[in-house]
Design a protein around this ligand. Structure first.
Ligand code: F6R
Length: 592
């Protein structure tokens, strides 16, 4: 979390850094700040709140070198004191990540005479660098010491008061790119920060140091200069702009037909790019949040068509439990960003047990993409809204293709033509579902306090995702239950007009869910169905129903999730919330 950017070039650096911060705001947005050289001193301007609050206190300076930060608070509440940049002695820094051993370091640094203004771990790292630099003026040696002393994850941009023309960057565990352009050089947490100026960038790898001057960039590892490959970002600026939509989330929901079409054209023509995973004794899928929900669908499909045991785990749990891994286990890691701290930790854990690893990732060159034995890129393009939509859909579709390929081998898929034809119908069917008027339905639930989602198997996994979407952007409390489980306790919460949203796509089990819908309806629930059109239900089962096309289970989930995404969006919009930047959240969860 947190977004950082530095610019060293020929133009006024402040608007460039502010603009970059706005494009990184999805990473954190509770306070922000910048630092630049003014005469012989480093000047810091920072403020609690959004970047617009920072803009309102900027002065008319026009430096050509500047660093900036947009924060997602970890250590210490959002406040001016806790905002970055932090400055101690000769050093000014911005930081993304968490320093785990900051408390003990702080005590040692206090003994050296350092005083601290903030509650942050970053200020401690800043004091540490200052302390080391006082003793040794060789900056590369100082950075090597910093790497040895600090525990945790960090990407730092560092200004030294005695070197006015340089930005230093170090990375360990948190992402950084370094970009070059005709107007100067950049360093940033992610590509959207710099996309208006250049598509050429270097990926800073673990432990590497970048020295960014106005007209050159140099890279070091273990104090030795290294050469790095200049990469080109494939997507254009339009993918990082709203394009007339009121929110990125709405734009990204509407991009789904196109990204799915591109995905299917690419992977169905190159099915060899989808690995054959039939040889493993068991498969684990590990992920967080929506990616975990995609994994649940994947596990169902892989077990059904591949006839292999699959278990799905939340990464923050998996990393601390016994997992019985060996070289015959495949562990699949699903991650949009490829930088989720818990998922990365599990990947490294799995590798330490010689398990084979496969990443399903969106961000090209991200840590999971680089470190997994194999990677399938979902190619969703930039996803800016904090609540994932198009990346989730493509994660689900990727697991469908893994299952499809397995099913051809096991013989559990016999009518492959029908499956392919259903998959190819997805873009058009999603387009139809997008044109429904969701406001009418949203108005019936947006003032409610508790909303329930139910379904069985695939429909339960889809419900989990629908409920998460609603919670994270509309702040309405909602719960998801396997439909058969309600009567074991939760049904006591159903009151007159409590909304219950049921997902029914699975022909083999939907009648069981219908019985559960009758149970809640008998207790006064207001029922909404997301239903496959061919499934027959009695007329009065649903108060409202959205019907979706009759597709095979390898194809239907990316369609069935769309009404739930749109419903969540429309409810949040009616409530007037900041949909792309929901409170307390950040897009890329790079801390544990
Ligand atoms: C919810 C959402 C999160 C992410 C989760 C994992 O809308 O976006 O739940 O799915 O934080 O992130 P990645 O996929 O980047 O590992």
């Amino acid at each position: 979390m947190c977004g950082i950017i530095g610019y060293n070039g020929v133009k006024n650096a402040i608007p460039i850094v502010i603009n970059g911060l706005k494009n990184l705001e999805y990473r954190g947005y509770d306070s922000s700040g910048i630092a630049y050289f003014l005469q012989d001193k480093v000047k810091i301007i920072k403020e609690k709140g959004r970047i617009k609050d920072l803009e309102s206190i900027l002065d008319s300076s026009k430096p050509t070198l500047c660093i900036g930060h947009t924060r997602w608070a970890t250590h210490g509440k959002p406040s001016r004191e806790n905002s970055h940049p932090h400055q101690v002695g000769m050093i000014t820094i911005v930081h993304n990540g968490i320093i785990e051993n900051y408390a003990s370091l702080k005590e040692k640094l206090k003994d050296e005479g350092y005083l601290f203004q903030s509650e942050t771990d970053t200020e401690v790292a800043c004091a540490l660098i200052d302390s080391l630099y006082k003793k040794n003026k060789n900056k590369l040696e100082v950075f090597e010491d910093v790497k040895k002393i600090l525990k945790g994850s960090y990407a730092f941009l560092i200004l030294f008061a005695d070197e006015k023309d340089t930005i230093y960057a170090i990375r360990e565990g948190s992402p950084l790119i370094v970009a070059t352009s005709s107007i100067g050089n950049f360093v940033a947490s992610d590509i959207p920060a710099i996309l208006e100026y250049t598509k050429n960038y270097y990926l800073l790898l673990e432990g590497e140091i970048a020295v960014i001057k106005q007209d050159s960039v140099h890279f070091f590892q273990d104090k030795k200069e290294i050469q790095k490959e200049l990469l080109t970002f494939q997507f254009d600026l339009a993918s990082a702009k709203k394009d007339g939509y009121s929110h990125f989330m709405l734009k990204e929901i509407h991009e789904q037909p196109t990204v799915i079409q591109n995905f299917l054209e690419y992977y169905l023509d190159n099915l060899e790019l989808i690995p054959d995973i039939s040889l493993y004794e068991k498969i684990h899928i590990v992920a967080c949040g929506s990616a975990y929900h995609a994994g649940l669908i994947g596990s169902f499909l892989i077990e059904k068509y591949g006839d292999i045991e699959v278990e799905v785990f939340i990464a923050s749990e998996y990393r601390y439990k016994k997992n019985f891994l060996n070289e015959n286990t495949l562990v699949i890691f699903i991650s949009q960003s490829g930088e989720t701290a818990d998922t990365i930790a599990c990947l490294r854990l799995a590798k330490s047990y010689q398990a084979k690893t496969l990443g399903i990732v969106n961000v090209v060159g991200s840590t999971i993409a680089r470190e997994a034995d194999q990677v399938i890129y979902i190619n969703a393009g930039c996803e800016i809204a904090v609540a994932t939509t198009k990346a989730y859909t493509l994660q689900v579709l990727t697991t469908s293709l893994l299952a499809y390929k397995l099913g051809l081998k096991t013989g559990l898929i016999q009518d492959s033509e029908k499956i392919l034809s259903d998959l190819k119908k997805l873009p058009d069917e999603i387009q139809k579902i997008l044109s429904i008027d969701y406001e009418k339905l949203a108005k019936k639930i947006y003032k409610k306090h508790d909303i329930f989602f139910i379904g069985r198997l695939l429909d339960y996994y889809l419900s989990e995702e629908g409920s998460l979407k609603l919670k994270e952007i509309s702040y309405l409390h909602s719960e998801t239950y396997p439909a058969g489980e309600l009567k074991h306790g939760t049904i006591s919460l159903i009151e007159d007009k409590t909304p219950v949203i049921a997902v029914l796509t699975d022909e083999s089990i939907y009648e069981k869910t219908i019985s559960n819908i009758k149970e809640v309806k008998a207790r006064g629930a207001y029922t909404i169905g997301i239903k496959r059109e061919s499934l027959e239900v009695e007329e009065n089962i649903f108060d409202d129903v959205i019907e979706i096309a009759n597709l095979n289970d390898l194809a239907i989930s990316p369609l069935a999730i769309v009404p739930l995404q749109m419903l969540a969006y429309t409810v949040a919009n009616l409530l007037g919330y900041d949909i792309d930047k929901p409170r307390n959240l950040a897009k890329s969860v790079t801390v544990e």
